[in-house]
Ligand binder design. Structure first.
Ligand SMILES: NC(=O)c1ccc[n+]([C@@H]2O[C@H](COP(=O)([O-])OP(=O)(O)OC[C@H]3O[C@@H](n4cnc5c(N)ncnc54)[C@H](OP(=O)(O)O)[C@@H]3O)[C@@H](O)[C@H]2O)c1
Length: 339
């Protein structure tokens, strides 16, 4: 039976470019349940929402790869959920698990063509579709395997290494036979990277000896997979081997600043005949199945692990975004909305 009302989270105010996202940038709305799927549509009960650093960019009016969320609009979020009703002309039926961009809401109406029906191969769970089998794993795969073309014996350095994307990149790098050095923001995360994921060395960028630690551990590098930007990126530019590849996946250290960190070592790109390339997973829409097949094989045989940091309840979603920017998440950050 349908509820009489449902809850959704809308954008109340836009944070300034130099400000963190605060919970009070959002407003909770409890609205009458008037959702009925039309022809080709499905009604979805949201179970989990992915909380992503890119949400910061989706709120900014600065030119970006995406139209900003409007004031009063439901906050965008990738999610997984169950179909509870379907209109005519869809093959989806109640009970089917699906993923898509549902937004911060308990229920969402979606075009059936805009959602993906989830298969659950052995050793996987639905949550993995916002982890290693979803946008997180696919971003790691296309950045490291397709763009960087990582090879056995090369030195791979990963920033944001203990996070959702970074931890998958580290494991893909090990799987390809690279020497993997990860950078993260705490001793605990560094221990997890070395002891649980088996990377060769983890460095804490908050340590006063970080720069020295970096040059001792890294020496020179072939691939830098960057999730963070700023100082670590500049250090990597100064440490490149001939034909190094710098992969700009993200730059979380720069998302809340009006002025970008100045890169002093970019000219090394010329002398090292190196490349620095940014990419968005949106560039790979036509090839997602290829990436998912590769990742599914590794996840089903236990060669890739993702840990999840789960916070409970849709009400917690606005405040959860700040967890990423304070580095408090241990693994992929998700909000559990319903069972
Ligand atoms: N290009 C694409 O298509 C694409 C797709 C998905 C994600 N991304 C990008 O990938 C990156 C990682 O995203 P994710 O979802 O996997 O998040 P995540 O790594 O799970 O979480 C963010 C982590 O960033 C670190 N961090 C936060 N502020 C920092 C700062 N000022 N300096 C250094 N580190 C900081 C924190 O870890 P510490 O404890 O180590 O500080 C935090 O745990 C982001 O930049 C995101 O925008 C890009």
């Amino acid at each position: 039976m349908s509820p009489s009302h449902y809850t959704r989270i809308v954008l109340a105010s836009r944070p300034a470019d130099s400000a963190f996202i605060e919970a009070d940038n959002f407003r909770k709305e409890v609205v009458p349940f008037d959702l009925k799927p039309q022809k080709g549509q499905v009604l979805i009960r949201v179970q989990y929402l992915s909380i992503d650093p890119a949400m910061r960019l989706w709120l900014s009016e600065k030119k970006s790869y995406r139209t900003p969320v409007p004031i009063g609009g439901v906050m965008q979020a990738i999610g997984i959920g169950a179909v509870v009703a379907s209109g005519e002309d869809t093959s989806l039926v109640p009970g089917d698990l699906v993923s898509g961009i549902f937004g911060m809401t308990e229920y969402a109406i979606q075009d059936a063509t805009a959602v993906q029906k989830l298969e659950l191969p052995p050793n996987t769970q639905a949550l993995d579709y916002i982890g290693p089998l979803g946008h997180i794993g696919l971003t790691a795969y296309f950045g490291l395997i397709d763009i960087a073309q990582i090879k056995a014996g090369e030195t791979l350095v990963v920033s944001g290494a203990a996070g959702a994307t970074g931890s998958i990149v580290c494991q893909l790098g090990k799987e390809r036979g690279a020497k993997v050095i990860g950078i993260s923001g705490s001793t605990k995360k560094c221990e997890w990277l070395e002891q649980e994921l088996g990377i060769d060395k983890a460095l804490n960028y908050k340590s006063p000896t970080f720069k020295d630690d970096f040059s001792k551990a890294v020496g020179t590098l072939d691939v830098f997979y960057d999730n963070v930007g700023g100082e670590a990126l500049d250090l990597a530019l100064a440490s490149m081997n001939l034909h190094a590849r710098i992969i700009i996946c993200g730059g979380i250290s720069q998302y809340n600043t009006a002025e970008q960190y100045p890169l002093r070592n970019y000219f090394q790109l010329l002398s090292k005949r190196a490349t620095m390339r940014g990419f968005s997973l949106y560039d790979y829409t036509a090839r997602l199945e290829e990436g998912r097949k590769y990742l599914t094989e590794l996840v089903t045989k236990g060669a890739i692990k993702q840990r999840y940091h789960v916070v409970n309840g849709l009400d917690t979603a606005p405040g959860a975004i700040g967890i990423l920017f304070r580095g408090e998440n241990e693994g992929k950050l998700v909000v559990k909305v319903s069972d």
